[in-house]
Write a protein that binds this ligand. Structure first.
Ligand code: ZN
Length: 398
C-alpha cells in the first residue's frame, strides 16, 4: 500500500529559498517553517554540529571505493546470479554503498511492500482500480467526509486495507533495512507507506505523534499510518479496529460532554474518529516535526541515499529526495535509485545526483548483496592470510 495520498504535505529541507510548496495538497494552506523558526521552536533539534544525532557504535574503517559509475548508470536485475556474473563492477558499487556507508537515508514507497502482499496504488490490481479512483485525490481527500456515499466507500477501503496489513509480514527488503539499523548504519527511513511493516522489525521504530525534539525515531511515516484512528476534536489516538467506521464518535469527547451536562455546563460537541493517515487538503499534524528531522539529517553528513520502490509522484517527497541527494553527493556518498521501473528523464534531471539506477524488485537486493559477498569478497578472503581475512570479514556486516 504505499503512498496514502498525493498531497504535497511533507515539510522537508526547509531551506530559505524554498518558500514555495511543501505542505498539503493544492490548497497550500500550510507554509513550511524556516530554519530560524524551527530553531526558535526546537532549539535542540538543529545543532550547528551533529552532536544530537543518535549515538553510534565505533565506526569501522571504510574500504576505499575502487569504481564509481558514471552518473545515472543503469543496472538491470532480472536474474541475480546472472547479474553477479555480468555486472560485477556495478554490483560492487551497490555493495559498497549499502555495506560501507555509515549514515544511510532510505526513502521508501509502495514497491517495498509489494512482496509482503500489499498491492501498490497504481497497478491493475491496486487500490485505485478496486475502488474506482483514478488518483489518490479521488480516494483520500478530507472533503469526502462531507458526502455520505463517499464516506461509506472510504470506510470499506480502510477496513480492507487494515485487514490486509494485519495479515502481512515485512519483506526481505524491510529486513535488510532492519539490518542496517542493527549495525547502526541507518540514519533514517522516510516511508510513504501507511502499512507499518517496518515496525514489525526489531530495530526499526517510530512514534505517533512525532516528538517535537530529539531523540527522534529512526522511521518517519510521512503519510501517517493505518493502525490508528485519531479524534478530529481532541486528537486522542485509538487503535483502528475491524469495526472501523468513518462516522464513529470519539468516546473521550462523549464522556466529557456527559460530565459537563451533569454539572449543568453546555456541551462542547464531539469529534469523529478518522484514520491517522494524512488526506489531501488536510493539515499535516507532524509537518513541523518532519521538517525539523529532515533538516537535522541534511546536516548530519549522510553518505548514502536509497530511494526504493517509489516513482516519486508526490511533489513534497520529490523535493525531499533532491535535497538529500545533494547532501549525500556533497559528502562524496552514493545515491541509489531502486525500483521496478527506471525513473523518467524528468525525475533524473530533477534529482540531478543519481549514481546508480537499479531496475529490480526491492526484494532482490539482499540476495544481490549476499551473492556479491559470497562470490567476490569471501572468495578473496579464503585465499588471504588470516589477519586479512578478519579485516575483510569485518567489512561484511550483513
Ligand atoms: Zn475526542
Amino acid at each position: 500500500m504505499g503512498k496514502t495520498a498525493e498531497h504535497e504535505s511533507i515539510a522537508v529541507g526547509m531551506k530559505r529559498e524554498r518558500q514555495d510548496s511543501v505542505l498539503i495538497s493544492d490548497s497550500e494552506t500550510y507554509l513550511p517553517p524556516t530554519p530560524q523558526s524551527i530553531r526558535k521552536k526546537f532549539p535542540e533539534t538543529l545543532p550547528a554540529s551533529t552532536e544530537s544525532t543518535p549515538t553510534r557504535r565505533k565506526r569501522l574503517k571504510r574500504v576505499p571505493l575502487k569504481y564509481r559509475p558514471e552518473k545515472n548508470t543503469i543496472l538491470e536485475v532480472h536474474d541475480v546470479t546472472q547479474t553477479l556474473s555480468d555486472e560485477p563492477e556495478k554490483v560492487g558499487f551497490l555493495y559498497h554503498a549499502l555495506i560501507n556507508s555509515q549514515r544511510i537515508i532510505v526513502v521508501n514507497g509502495a514497491g517495498v511492500s509489494v512482496a509482503s502482499g500489499i498491492p501498490d496504488f497504481r497497478s491493475s490490481k491496486g487500490i485505485f482500480s478496486k475502488y474506482g479512483g483514478s488518483s489518490g485525490k479521488d480516494l483520500f481527500d478530507i472533503n469526502l467526509f462531507r458526502s455520505s456515499d463517499k464516506i461509506q466507500q472510504f470506510t470499506s477501503m480502510i477496513r480492507d486495507l487494515s485487514s490486509l496489513v494485519e495479515r502481512s509480514k515485512p519483506s526481505k527488503f524491510h529486513h535488510f533495512i532492519n539490518e542496517l539499523a542493527k549495525t547502526s548504519n541507518l540514519l533514517r527511513v522516510y516511508t510513504q507507506n501507511i502499512d507499518c511493516l517496518e515496525l514489525q522489525c526489531p530495530y526499526l521504530e517510530t512514534k505517533s505523534p512525532l516528538p517535537s525534539k530529539a531523540p527522534f525515531p529512526n522511521v518517519i511515516q510521512l503519510h501517517g499510518n493505518i493502525k490508528q484512528v485519531s479524534c478530529t476534536k481532541c486528537h486522542i489516538n485509538y487503535p483502528l479496529g475491524p469495526n472501523f467506521s468513518a462516522k464513529m464518535s470519539c468516546p473521550e469527547c462523549i464522556e466529557l460532554d456527559n460530565v459537563r451536562e451533569l454539572v449543568g455546563k453546555r456541551t462542547l460537541g464531539h469529534g469523529i474518529l478518522k484514520p491517522k493517515i494524512i488526506l489531501y487538503n488536510e493539515h499535516h499534524p507532524d509537518g513541523e516535526a518532519i521538517g525539523a528531522i529532515s533538516e537535522m539529517d541534511l546536516k548530519s553528513r549522510p553518505d548514502c541515499l536509497i530511494v526504493a520502490g517509489t516513482s516519486l509522484k508526490i511533489p513534497g517527497v520529490k523535493r525531499m529526495v533532491k535535497e538529500f541527494a545533494k547532501a549525500v553527493k556533497s559528502c562524496k556518498g552514493c545515491v541509489i535509485w531502486l525500483n521496478k521501473e527506471p525513473p523518467p528523464t524528468s525525475i533524473i534531471n530533477y534529482i540531478e545526483n543519481m549514481d546508480l539506477i537499479v531496475v529490480a524488485d526491492c526484494d532482490s537486493i539482499p540476495d544481490l548483496v549476499s551473492g556479491y559477498k559470497d562470490k567476490y569478497i569471501y572468495k578473496r578472503v579464503k585465499t588471504s592470510t588470516p589477519q586479512i581475512k578478519i579485516d575483510m570479514l569485518n567489512t561484511c556486516k550483513i
